[in-house]
Each structure stands twice: as structure tokens, then as C-alpha cells.
Design a protein around this ligand. Structure first.
Ligand SMILES: N[C@@H](CCC[C@H](N)C(=O)O)C(=O)O
Length: 273
């Protein structure tokens, strides 16, 4: 019977399977994601993550596919990559190590270390002021757009606790200027110094999640662009899980290349029947 791991990266939870196991249950992956990720009738998760063998003989990075609960593919998912890095290290009997992963044709470096599990995130196009939206009759706020391999829009707000994240996320995510793909929607509050707190509405989950790795990077980049945090230093990103993620600049491409790191926890292993 095919086995799976239920793993969460700072509260962003995934069902992690290997293609070798899935071969025993021939099925369509989007359908399987919809079935397994359902929190009432399935296992429940923010995504189905499939670990494949190296994609090509000349590339030994391990292939990772992340399918959202609605059956769409997440082109980049920082927390899913962190969970996979942890599980590959465990399967290799290592408590620390470096692994190369390939998600949607992009190579990510991963580091399993005593201070958490880290993956690299490359930032593409940044538009600091993309559009304004009025939330709940208040003064309009600007949304920045940051491409971290998947699309994010981020608004800086005074108090994230005051935001109806599912309600506003759902509205903003369907804005005409974000179509056809829509975007993940983050609401970020600067806590002072190098600390932020972020709440994220995730496209494909179509709800707020407890944390988002690529969303943490998008928020840190937005805070950097608006001068709220300093460049070249770690940014601590608090989230709904109470387990912060850290966004750390990489040496190359300042402001564009980052590590995101934090805890990974295996919840249980199971058997698909
Ligand atoms: N939770 C993720 C981002 C997931 C991407 C999203 N569901 C999408 O389809 O864009 C992360 O940790 O980065």
C-alpha cells in the first residue's frame, strides 16, 4: 500500500508522497490532491507534494511537484520545498545536509541544519505600488506585487489582526488586473526593527494558511522596498502558526536572492487505502 507523510513547515501542512508509491494507485494527481487535501473527507492539507526522481540524467536535483487543494499546480512553494528537504534528509539517515530540489523547472538549494530547514527563493519582477484597494471603508491601501516563482500581492497594514484575511484575500485575489492566474494575497505589519507579522490568503487553498514561505519572502521584499527593514540582514516573519520564518539574504543578487528557513515537523505517516 502506498505510504505518505503528513509534514508541516511552520504550520503550512502537506501530504508528501513519492511517485514510486503513487505508481501503485494510478490516478490523476489533481483529482488525488482534491480528494486527499479535503479537511473533512480526506487527510486535510494545504497541498499534495509529490517527490519524483531526478528529472534528467544530467541533473540530479530531486523533482518536487506541489498541487494545491483545488487541483491547480503551485509553481513555487517554499514550505513544501522545506518539508521535502527534511524528508529526503531523513530518508538518507541525515540530520543535517544539503540537497538540491527542482520545482517547476527551477532549481532550489536546501539546507537541513540545527537552526531549521532552509531553501533558496529567487525573486523576479517587483512592482512596489501595483494597485490600491479600499478595505472595509477605510483609506485605500497600496498592494505591491512580488514574483517569488509564484505570484504574490502584499499590502502593508497597521494591524493584521484587524483584517478579514479570507474575505479580503478572496476579493483581491480575483481582481481584474491579476487575472487570469490571480495571486496569493499577503497582509503585512511592520513590528519594528527587522520584524514583520504576515497573514496570507493562499491561492489554490482559497483560504488563509498558517504560514507561507514564498509569502514571507514577498513581505520581506516589500518591507525592504518601502524602507521598513534594512537590507543585508535577516528579517523575522511572524505568522499565524506562532513559529516564525526567517528570510535571509543570499550573497549573490542583493534584494533578489534569499533563503527562507524555519521549523519543519513530521505529524505522522500513513497508508493510502
Ligand atoms: N505556501 C506556499 C506558497 C503556495 C503557493 C500557492 N498555493 C500558489 O498556488 O501560488 C509557500 O510556502 O511558499
Amino acid at each position: 500500500m502506498p505510504t505518505f507523510d503528513k509534514i508541516h513547515g511552520a504550520g503550512n501542512d502537506f501530504i508528501v508522497v513519492k511517485t514510486s508509491d503513487l505508481a501503485q494507485v494510478p490516478t490523476n494527481w489533481p483529482d488525488l490532491a482534491r480528494t486527499l487535501c479535503d479537511r473533512r473527507t480526506g487527510i486535510g492539507a494545504d497541498g499534495l507534494v509529490i517527490i519524483t526522481a531526478p528529472l534528467a540524467p544530467d541533473r540530479d536535483a530531486i523533482g518536487v511537484t506541489c498541487i494545491n487543494p483545488d487541483g491547480t499546480t503551485a509553481t513555487m512553494c517554499g514550505n513544501a520545498l522545506r518539508c521535502v528537504a527534511w524528508s529526503v534528509a531523513r530518508d538518507r539517515g541525515l540530520s543535517t545536509g544539503q540537497i538540491r530540489l527542482d520545482m517547476h523547472g527551477v532549481e532550489h538549494h536546501a539546507r537541513v541544519a540545527d537552526d531549521g530547514v532552509w531553501v533558496t527563493v529567487e525573486v523576479g519582477k517587483i512592482i512596489p505600488y501595483l494597485f490600491q484597494a479600499t478595505l472595509g471603508g477605510r483609506a485605500p491601501i497600496w498592494f505591491a506585487s512580488v514574483d517569488t516563482g509564484t505570484e504574490h500581492v502584499v499590502a502593508i497594514v497597521d494591524d493584521v489582526e484587524d483584517i478579514d484575511v479570507p474575505g479580503w484575500g478572496r476579493l483581491v485575489r480575483h481582481r481584474a488586473n491579476l487575472e487570469p492566474k490571480g495571486a496569493n494575497v499577503g497582509f503585512m505589519q511592520h513590528l519594528g526593527g527587522q520584524e514583520l507579522t504576515v497573514r496570507t490568503y493562499e491561492r489554490g487553498v482559497e483560504d488563509e494558511t498558517l504560514s507561507c514561505g514564498s509569502g514571507a519572502v514577498a513581505a520581506a521584499v516589500t518591507a525592504l522596498k518601502r524602507g521598513q527593514v534594512a537590507g543585508g540582514k535577516d528579517v523575522i516573519v511572524h505568522n499565524r502558526s506562532g513559529r516564525p520564518l526567517i528570510v535571509r539574504p543570499r550573497d549573490q543578487r542583493p534584494g533578489r536572492a534569499f533563503w527562507v528557513g524555519g521549523p519543519v515537523t513530521q505529524v505522522y505517516q500513513g497508508v493510502l487505502s
